[in-house]
Design a protein around this ligand. Structure first.
Ligand code: PLP
Length: 411
């Protein structure tokens, strides 16, 4: 059996911190990285022979769990025909049609290879379209690892759910602000729901000052319902960014929106954006299969799935965890919507980054290491979301609740 310690030491020789993405280091929970060997359904297995019920699901990517048979079958068929052409293929149009039908605000779309590429390209497009060069963003929302979102000279930042700050900053700086970018349901400071009128209020202010409203639905897209968060909250952005789910487990990103804005992208316009792997046939085929499977049964799709099933299962898990917390006098707040949820060890409502930061992180770490030992893999940070897939079973939920119950008794 391979020793994880040895794998970590070797990886450290080649990768900064031993990983290719920081959160995989497990530093936020005071632990060491895991090395995943395989995944099937709701479970993953590590190189040191351990098995976990996975609630991270590749950070919200895998709606049908690991190694879904239908996605694998479609991908296998395409693999035999070529893996990357660098030219246009029919699957790009098919997936675009499915996405644009599901999310009508996306009149035109461009596929890219990651969520970061999608948000970065959408913001660049907003800069060029408006002739302004600043972003208004919200503390605790994450839009990818790009200097656009890290260098303070590029943005104004205000608390999530704070419509009055948005209004006053925009009133003062609207001549500089090209776009407001927001996660309609925040997923990168734990799950945080938009307060009533927050998103609709942003729409009104953006219209008033001719600012482009960008919904970063990289996590939200196709997550809680087929039309994504914007259909759930009935607010139409100008541009939408997608990633994760639409690639069916392969690297992907997309941005799209109003035709009038999207036409500025090269070659129809002069905002240059390009990618060797964009619209890659393997990703497109996996994405098409995923979206087909997600199309709700009421729309008559032959293999359609009902979101209610996983949304109810998630609610059931969260309610059971809340009951166990109550029985054991553990202060906990669970934010849940659809099949995404987060546990915060706190008494107060978590509505923005400041309130998320007031959770008891030490308690989370203790909880995390104990539940991990019992074969339950939540996302390894108290500022991340957890996800349930269609592959999670009632048995998974029961096992999780039972382990949570034992651990709450010892916290
Ligand atoms: C809301 C949001 N936007 C953008 C990104 C960046 O996506 P990627 O990691 O595919 O570059 C993420 C990643 O988790 C995300 O959660």
């Amino acid at each position: 059996m391979v020793k994880t310690r040895e794998l970590i030491e070797k990886a450290k020789k080649y990768f900064p911190g031993g990983v290719n993405s920081p959160v995989r280091s497990f530093r936020a929970v005071g632990m060491k990285p895991i090395f995943v060997k395989s995944g099937k359904g709701s479970k993953i297995c590590t190189n040191d022979g351990k098995k976990y019920i996975d609630y991270c699901m590749s950070w919200g990517t895998l709606m049908f769990g690991h190694s879904d048979n239908e996605i694998l079958k479609a991908v296998r068929k395409q693999l035999a025909l070529g893996t990357s052409y660098g030219f246009t293929n029919i699957f790009e149009t098919e997936l675009a049609e499915k996405i644009c039908n599901a999310i009508p605000s996306m009149e035109m779309i461009r596929f890219v290879n990651s969520g970061t590429e999608a948000t970065t390209s959408a913001v660049r497009l907003a800069f060029r379209y408006t002739g302004r060069s600043k972003i208004l963003k919200f503390t605790g929302c994450y839009h990818g690892a790009s200097e656009l979102f890290f260098d303070r000279k590029n943005y104004f930042e205000i608390p999530y759910n704070d419509l009055s700050s948005a209004s006053s900053v925009i009133k003062k700086h609207y001549k500089e602000i090209a776009c407001v970018i927001v996660e309609p349901i925040a997923g990168n400071m734990g799950v945080i729901l938009p307060e009533k009128d927050f998103l609709a209020g942003l729409r009104v202010i953006c219209d008033k000052y001719k600012i482009i409203l960008i919904f970063d639905e990289v996590i939200n897209g196709f997550r809680i319902t087929f039309g994504s968060a914007q259909s759930f909250f009935r607010v139409k952005p100008d541009l939408t960014c997608l990633g994760k789910i639409i690639g069916g487990g392969f690297p992907v990103g997309a941005f799209g929106g109003k035709k009038e804005i999207m036409k500025k992208i090269a070659p129809s316009g002069n905002v240059y954006q390009a990618g060797t792997f964009s619209g890659n046939p393997i990703t497109m085929v996996a994405g098409i299969t995923t979206i087909k499977k997600l199309q709700i049964t009421t729309e008559g799709s032959p293999c359609g799935t009902d979101y209610k099933l996983i949304n109810d299962r998630t609610k059931c898990l969260c309610n059971s965890i809340k009951n166990e917390a109550k029985k054991n006098n553990v202060d906990i707040v669970i934010n849940q919507i659809g099949s995404m949820f987060s546990l915060f060890f706190t008494k107060e409502r978590v509505i923005n980054y400041a309130s998320a930061k007031r959770q008891d992180v030490k308690k989370f770490k203790r909880f995390y290491s104990l539940i991990f030992k019992q074969g339950i893999l939540f996302s390894p940070s108290s500022f991340e979301s957890n996800f349930i897939s269609f592959a999670h079973t009632d048995k998974d939920i029961e096992k999780t609740v039972s382990e949570v119950s034992h651990i709450f008794g010892r916290l």
